[in-house]
Design a protein around this ligand. Structure first.
Ligand SMILES: Cc1cc2nc3c(=O)[nH]c(=O)nc-3n(C[C@H](O)[C@H](O)[C@H](O)COP(=O)(O)OP(=O)(O)OC[C@H]3O[C@@H](n4cnc5c(N)ncnc54)[C@H](O)[C@@H]3O)c2cc1C
Length: 485
């Protein structure tokens, strides 16, 4: 295809991941974000990146090892309490459980942004309006006066997307639940009671009558807390949220009858409260395909945070859209392929997440059956990840180790879906064919000297063994799935 001008609106996890995978395929892209810089605002709390979605996307981005270096597997721990502080259910991850590793949002955003070509993200560019010019081309006007045109406009601009109205009239609805975000710093020293309740991971306390306190361990001794209420959207109309004492008084009354042990979540925060009313788009949501424009992440399927799918799906959307663009003959075919997979997957997760939050905040007797079996969820995620890779055997990066006469030489092999294209150390393969578990490709190496090699290999799960042949020589190699750490 001729080089399309691709513009991504939004440098959140979805937009950045998409840009990174496009660049790995040698495709140019510009990302525009309203924020002044990557760290201009508090990115929020912790995120679990799941084996079968967020981690697959990171692998496509060649950043799984970098993620693991920052991630907190122990952060997968979860405790469910009642309002009296009684532990009802507790989950402690086993030693090698990495199915839903936690990472701070700020760390994830910085990691993704740091692995884009310099100048890719145009910070301080808030999209004001996008106007179709015909033939799939859009004119983009930004609040700072800048103007651009795009052959493919990707709306990764979150809950209140400015791109979404080009495709659907759907708008987010208030869920009936509001979170008040609080922060606790240096918890092990300054907030030992909070540190003990939250432990290494997450604490959920609920009175089964529409009120909850949630605490989540972040890195560097921080805990992010949420005071959650079933309430109207205008609950704080007569309350000044900057007046901490007034907000604490209001919340103490709301949480009357709760254990004093849990009250530090309301009384001891470092800094004020931030109101986060939870909204969701109607689900399932789809739109009629239109040339030159699509959505990913929250812009496409804003859902309740219950279950923690939002960021995982945003990143997988980004990776799959980028892969489709790299592999299909036209941008339009790529978007059609992406939307066909994204719609049903997002719809199913959104319906499930919205229902799960509704159940959690319902007024009823506590039923242990309502608490998800985390160990089982992790096993299912690992199995789903293996199945995803089986169905898309070529989507991952492989690290190849050639046994050359002068020692081991490592190379990064990236194969496209379908196994008909890819790169070796960033250089496009000349030929590539994947039939079942048998791989064959031809690549031109430039170092240590220019040579053309034909490699044949047999894939067995996450490993491959093969032979590389060039004129007058044949050397063995092995491969492991994933980028070298
Ligand atoms: C309280 C809470 C807790 C959550 N916890 C979890 C969790 O544990 N796990 C999980 O998976 N998900 C969680 N989520 C959901 C998760 O935050 C989102 O699903 C995820 O951030 C979506 O990523 P995104 O890239 O699609 O959008 P966003 O992260 O929203 O990024 C959108 C980007 O677009 C930019 N932007 C917006 N408008 C414009 C514009 N007009 N012009 C230019 N740029 C613009 C923004 O500055 C931003 O950088 C939670 C959400 C909430 C509210």
């Amino acid at each position: 295809m001729t080089t399309p001008r691709i513009a991504i609106i939004g440098a959140g996890p979805g937009g950045l991941l998409c840009a990174r995978v496009l660049q790995r395929h040698g495709i140019e892209v510009a990302v525009y974000d309203a924020d002044a810089s990557v760290g201009a605002r508090d990115a929020g709390g912790t995120l679990d990146l799941k084996a079968d979605s967020g981690q697959i996307a990171l692998e496509d981005a060649g950043l799984l090892a970098e993620f693991r270096a920052l991630a907190r597997p122990e952060g997968q721990a979860k405790t469910r309490l009642d309002q009296h502080g009684t532990v009802l259910v507790a989950y402690v991850p086993e030693e090698h459980d990495e199915a839903a590793n936690e990472i701070d949002r700020g760390q994830l955003r910085a990691l993704l942004a740091a692995h884009l070509a310099a100048g890719t993200v145009r910070w301080g560019h808030k999209l004001h309006v996008a106007t179709p010019l015909g033939g799939g081309v859009h004119r983009l006007e930004f609040a700072n006066g800048a103007v651009a045109e795009a052959d493919l406009l990707i709306g990764a601009d979150g809950a209140w997307s400015r791109v979404r109205p080009l495709l659907t009239g759907a708008t987010p609805d208030y869920s009936g639940i509001s979170f008040l975000d609080a922060r606790f710093d240096d918890v092990d020293v300054r907030h030992p009671r909070i540190a003990k309740l939250v432990g290494d991971g997450h604490m959920f306390a609920s009175d089964n009558a529409g009120r909850a306190l949630i605490g989540q361990r972040n890195s560097n001794g921080h805990v992010r807390g949420y005071v959650a209420l079933r309430t109207g959207l205008d609950w704080c109309a007569d309350l000044d949220l900057d007046d901490r004492v007034a907000v604490q008084r209001f919340l103490r009354a709301e949480f009357a009858g709760w254990s004093d042990d849990l009250m530090p979540f309301i009384t001891d925060g470092d800094g004020g409260f931030v109101n986060r009313p939870i909204h969701a788009l109607p689900a399932p949501l789809a739109w009629e395909h239109r040339p030159g424009v699509t959505l990913l992440g929250d812009a496409a399927h804003l859902m309740s945070p219950w279950g923690g799918f939002g960021v995982n799906l945003a990143m997988l959307d980004g990776a799959e859209l980028a892969r489709a663009i790299a592999e299909e003959a036209t941008v339009d075919e790529a978007v059609i392929r992406y939307e066909k997979v994204m719609f049903p997957r997002a719809g199913e997760h959104a319906v499930g997440a919205n229902e799960a939050m509704e159940r959690f905040f319902a007024t009823k007797e506590f039923d242990p059956a309502d608490v998800p079996d985390t160990a089982e969820e992790h096993r299912a995620s690992m199995a789903a990840a293996a199945e995803y890779r089986r169905l898309n055997p070529a989507v991952t990066t492989w690290t190849l180790r050639f046994r050359t006469p002068s020692g081991e030489r490592r190379s990064a092999l990236v194969l496209g879906t379908g196994g008909t294209a890819g790169t070796l150390d960033g250089v496009a393969l000349e030929e590539c064919e994947l039939a079942g578990d048998d791989l064959r490709f031809t690549a031109k190496l430039t170092s240590p000297f220019p040579v053309k090699v034909t490699c044949t290999a047999s894939i067995d799960g996450d490993r491959m063994t093969g032979k590389a042949k060039a004129a007058m020589m044949s050397i063995a190699f092995t491969g492991t799935r994933g980028a070298a750490s």
